[in-house]
Design a protein around this ligand. Structure first.
Ligand SMILES: [Zn+2]
Length: 80
């Protein structure tokens, strides 16, 4: 019993009061919505799959990795 208590105390000491953010899908979506509400989006290139941060304005997107150029609809959201 005392061993368990000592162990949990040392863990608390190690992590201090730091909180942990997870990569749960619901949290990812929430963060992405906040990014989008600021006029940006995180998408994948529709051709090579590279992760790209784009501005949400009405222009074509050119992927500098594979040179694929198309409209926003051809670049799917990274989190969906
Ligand atoms: Zn590409």
């Amino acid at each position: 019993m005392s061993n368990i208590k000592n162990k949990s105390e040392s863990i608390k000491e190690h992590y201090g009061e730091e909180t942990v953010q997870t990569t749960e899908l619901t949290e990812q979506k929430d963060r992405l919505e906040r990014i989008q509400s600021n006029g940006y989006n995180v998408v994948n290139c529709g051709s090579c799959g590279t992760v790209i941060i784009i501005e949400l304005k009405d222009d074509l997107i050119n992927c500098s990795n594979c040179n694929y150029e198309s409209e926003h609809c051809d670049f799917p959201d990274f989190v969906y």
